[in-house]
Design a binder for this molecule. Structure first.
Ligand code: ATP
Ligand code: MG
Length: 272
């Protein structure tokens, strides 16, 4: 199952969720591949790869046609493999602007590994530029992390609308695996209210797990460690273990019914 982790807004916990969710699934014996699609390479760094060691990366695959098989590397987490990113990815949109197959490059690259893993996660840069579009076209499912504040919420209908337009254009469905509330601070009244609003609006599409602010989650990447390696007892570790259990349940359930959700428009439908 290929799962893209996407949001229009930056700093909402995409990379933190991707890295620790991938590690949690590897921890229960799943074979997992994480593909870092962000030119800032936060996921690669979080998994302990030094900048000088990024090559060969996904840029070699997308720009130079190398096989993705030559870029997959093991990590310090058993069962978790990684394809690193590279600063070169920053020019992806410009370099491929006039390529007629520009949205399909990642999909064809991943076809060589998709059967090899139980889960493939795509950590996307913020925005819905060409790389995240490639990720959404390549993926079977997507996860949308959302901070329960006003600005994050207004981006959500926008994201769902973009995905439904992709459905029409590429004649494929990328199902919403779930919306995951991140960086949640229950002390803030606005967070409590917005969480209620999200659950009212999106119902079962919202994961039960709400990932709270936890300093251990923020500290682990600087050590090049997952939260499980850094502090397995942290609340952030427990949160990602529980999220992994939910992901496993949803991913192995029958394909979800085509939800009314994805038919939504770009209008902001959350009342906040
Ligand atoms: N639950 C959390 N508790 C505390 N800090 C967190 C949590 N989740 C993420 N962070 C921190 O918040 C910052 C943004 O998180 P992260 O990099 O995962 O977001 P992102 O959506 O991937 O950002 P970008 O748009 O830059 O890719 C990071 O410094 C991260 O360590
Ligand atoms: Mg990120």
């Amino acid at each position: 199952v290929i799962t893209a982790v996407v949001s229009r807004k930056g700093g909402v916990g995409k990379t933190t969720t991707t890295v620790n969710l991938a590690a949690a699934l590897a921890g229960i014996g799943k074979s997992v591949l994480l593909v870092d699609l962000d030119s800032q390479a936060s996921a690669s760094l979080s998994l302990g790869v030094a900048r000088t060691q990024f090559a060969p990366s996904i840029a070699d695959v997308l720009f130079r046609g190398e096989s993705i098989l030559d870029t997959v590397r093991p990590t310090s987490v058993d069962g978790l493999h990684l394809v690193t990113s590279s600063a070169d990815l920053a020019s992806f949109d410009i370099d491929f602007a006039s390529d007629p197959k520009k949205e399909l490059l990642l999909k064809s690259a991943l076809s060589y590994v998709r059967e090899e893993y139980d889960f493939i996660f795509l950590d996307c840069p913020s925005s819905l530029s060409l790389l995240p579009i490639n990720a959404l076209v390549a993926a079977d499912r997507y996860i949308a992390p959302v901070v329960p504040n006003h600005l994050s919420l207004v981006g959500l209908p926008n994201l769902l609308g973009t995905v439904s337009r992709l459905h029409r254009r590429f004649d494929k469905r990328t199902e919403l695996l779930g919306i995951v509330p991140t960086l949640v601070d229950y002390r803030l009244k606005s967070h409590r209210e917005n969480l209620q609003a999200i659950r009212r609006e999106y119902g079962e599409k919202v994961f039960a797990m709400e990932i709270r602010v936890n300093t251990r989650l923020a500290e682990a990447p600087a050590r090049g460690q997952t939260v499980f390696q850094f502090d397995a007892k942290a609340t952030g570790a427990r949160a990602h273990r529980l999220l992994a259990a939910e992901v496993l349940m949803r991913a192995t359930a029958d394909r979800p019914e085509p939800g009314a959700l994805e038919n939504g428009s770009d209008s902001n439908r959350i009342a906040i």
